[in-house]
Design a protein around this ligand. Structure first.
Ligand SMILES: CC(C)(COP(=O)(O)OP(=O)(O)OC[C@H]1O[C@@H](n2cnc3c(N)ncnc32)[C@H](O)[C@@H]1OP(=O)(O)O)[C@@H](O)C(=O)NCCC(=O)NCCS
Length: 177
């Protein structure tokens, strides 16, 4: 996802007020990321990634909304328990970032975030979804495979020297497994 992290520096964020979904079973809400979520988001980002996105990057992105980028959080009461960032460009979508803090992993929040994002992508006529994931990141790969994503390429040294990434793709015709 590093490549898209660089691309994103020059883009801003689509802030949504019109789409807030609820998951009563887990009392989770899926809602646009706001500046007042940022402290919690940055804590998660720092816990989850070796090379976290910076506060400046998030702040600038949230202050410059654009129409094709989506920053969403999963919230349980006042706590941000995960987030997902994606874009949709001409029927093609990219998942740029997804994270759930270690203390909240394996509770179905990753699935909730991805399900909610894919619903928005489908509603916006996205027909193909791509993402990069480290070859070594098996938990994330298991998650993506459950949604029908499959490897369609490899990017050598994508996350640094000897740290390759798989490119995963899911088409509109690809069923979840
Ligand atoms: C990947 C990540 C978002 C998954 O979030 P999560 O809330 O723990 O995921 P869920 O509880 O919804 O689990 C969904 C599926 O993911 C897979 N999975 C998640 N964590 C796993 C683990 N530690 N080991 C094996 N499989 C795992 C399983 O297939 C699981 O389905 P199951 O519970 O039916 O077996 C989370 O582990 C994370 O934030 N990791 C650090 C950041 C990261 O790597 N992001 C992805 C960058 S490409």
């Amino acid at each position: 996802m590093l490549y898209f992290r660089y691309l994103l520096r020059n883009r801003a964020v689509r802030t949504f007020t019109e789409m807030t979904t609820q998951n009563p079973r887990q009392e989770l809400t899926f809602e646009p990321m706001r500046l007042d979520h940022l402290q919690q988001v940055l804590e998660i980002e720092n816990q989850c990634f070796e090379h976290p996105w910076s506060k400046t990057y998030f702040t600038l992105s949230l202050k410059r909304p654009r129409s094709y980028e989506y920053f969403y959080v999963a919230r349980r009461e006042h706590a941000v328990v995960g987030y997902i960032i994606f874009n949709i460009l001409h029927e093609e979508a990219h998942i740029l970032n997804i994270a759930v803090p270690p203390a909240n992993q394996r509770q179905g929040i990753g699935k909730y975030l991805l399900t909610s994002a894919l619903e928005m992508i489908t509603a916006d006529d996205g027909r193909e979804v791509f993402l990069e994931v480290a070859v070594s990141n098996l938990p994330a790969q298991y998650l993506y495979r459950q949604f029908g994503f499959r490897i369609c390429g490899i990017r050598k040294n994508y996350y640094g020297r000897y740290k390759d990434a798989y490119v995963f793709r899911k088409g509109a015709d690809t069923d979840a497994t």
